[in-house]
Design a protein around this ligand. Structure first.
Ligand code: KG4
Ligand code: ZN
Length: 337
């Protein structure tokens, strides 16, 4: 079964063809990063307009790279929630148009579920249950996945997401957008112990908070007394983020007696997070999995992968399927049957 995946939730226009939910035949990502770089972040209206321009050429390119036409496609999967609403609407309208014109089943996929399923494109044998840390520009969640589409939310961020913290600190450090990958690169040559930035604890629970860390880094960078190579600030910031992500995820695994941890989302591409989670996990006999970096960040193959499992278990959506700016994982939008 070949699924055409479409993803336009933020600033990447992406289309992919995935066979049987796990074999990637193509995965085209048209990045708008250059367009938003001068603003230091994504400008929603600019992103939506660019998606309108790029969607059809990106779908055509994905079909071409997969060596097929729409005649070979069996279903269309699109990320329809959560994300920038104007951007989501473009992908959803495009997916509906293709599904209607071709009489194909249509399936709306939750953005975070798609991030989780990026793992199954790399390791095509989803073994439940597992604890999943989903870290991106908009989310920092820990979920316990017990089966396809069955998630228990264990933690979330109370304020900024981990990726947002990286991006905002990077901006003050004079680095380009998105700052996460640049901080990761700079930190490789830096001293993670150069500055001890705060590691926030939210009561006894597993929730995250990164706004205090962000403020501490901004204050440190803006203080003319603090003359320190940027690579040391980057390494110290990264260490503070990674410490809490690893600690809380391990605690979640302990609570659930889980022997498997899965990483997902753009920040899961972070080299230090991957290495630390793997090191600490292996000491406790926990298997740690994460997708290759290009499948961690937003892409349409993950939408097609999740769409395959969603179709098999829950069936297709109809053409009343809509886009939603916010929606927790594992919960149907309120106005859907
Ligand atoms: O999942 P994603 O592509 O988009 C959202 O759904 O938000 O995640 C983007 C986020 C950005 O904040 C970016 O800075 C961060 O992921 N990111 C990284 C790395 N690669 C991407 N953060 C730290 N280290 C990386 N290597
Ligand atoms: Zn994402």
């Amino acid at each position: 079964m070949k699924i055409l995946g479409i993803e336009t939730s933020c600033d990447e226009t992406s289309a992919a063809v995935v066979e049987n939910g796990v074999h990637i035949l193509s995965n085209v990502v048209a990045s708008q990063v250059d367009l938003h770089q001068k603003y230091g972040g994504v400008v929603p209206e600019v992103a939506s307009r660019k998606h309108v321009e790029l969607l059809i050429p990106t779908v055509k390119e994905a079909l071409e790279q997969a060596n097929c036409t729409l005649d070979d496609i069996d279903a269309v999967a699109v990320i329809n929630r959560p994300g920038l609403i104007g951007s989501l609407i473009v992908g959803v309208a495009g997916a509906k148009a293709i599904a209607l014109a071709r009489g194909l089943p249509l399936v709306g996929v939750h953005h975070l579920e798609a991030h989780i399923y990026a793992n199954f494109l790399a390791f095509p044998d989803p073994r439940f249950p597992f604890v999943c840390l989903i870290v991106s520009g908009g989310h920092s969640d820990i979920v316990y996945a017990t089966d396809h589409g069955e998630y228990e939310m264990m933690a979330r961020t109370r304020d900024d997401a981990a990726g947002e913290c990286f991006d905002k600190c990077a901006r003050v450090m004079g680095l380009d957008y998105p700052g996460g990958p640049i901080i990761d690169r700079l930190a490789r040559a830096g001293n993670p112990g150069a500055v001890h930035f705060p590691r926030a604890k939210v009561g006894d629970g597993l929730d995250f908070s990164f706004s205090g860390l962000k403020t501490a880094v901004i204050r440190f960078v803006q203080d003319p007394e603090n003359r320190m190579p940027l690579r040391d600030v980057a390494a110290s910031l990264q260490e503070a983020v990674v410490d809490v992500l690893v600690e809380n995820t391990l605690r979640a695994a302990e609570i659930k007696r889980a022997d498997r941890i899965v990483l997902a989302g753009g920040v899961a591409a972070n080299s230090r997070l991957r290495a630390e989670m793997e090191k600490c996990g292996s000491k406790r006999g926990i298997d740690v999995k994460y997708p290759p970096p290009d499948l961690c960040t937003d892409n349409a193959a993950m939408a097609a992968g999740a769409g395959r499992f969603r179709l098999a278990k829950f069936g297709p959506d109809d053409l009343t399927m809509d886009a939603y700016a916010t929606e927790p994982l594992g919960q149907a939008p309120v106005d859907r049957p």
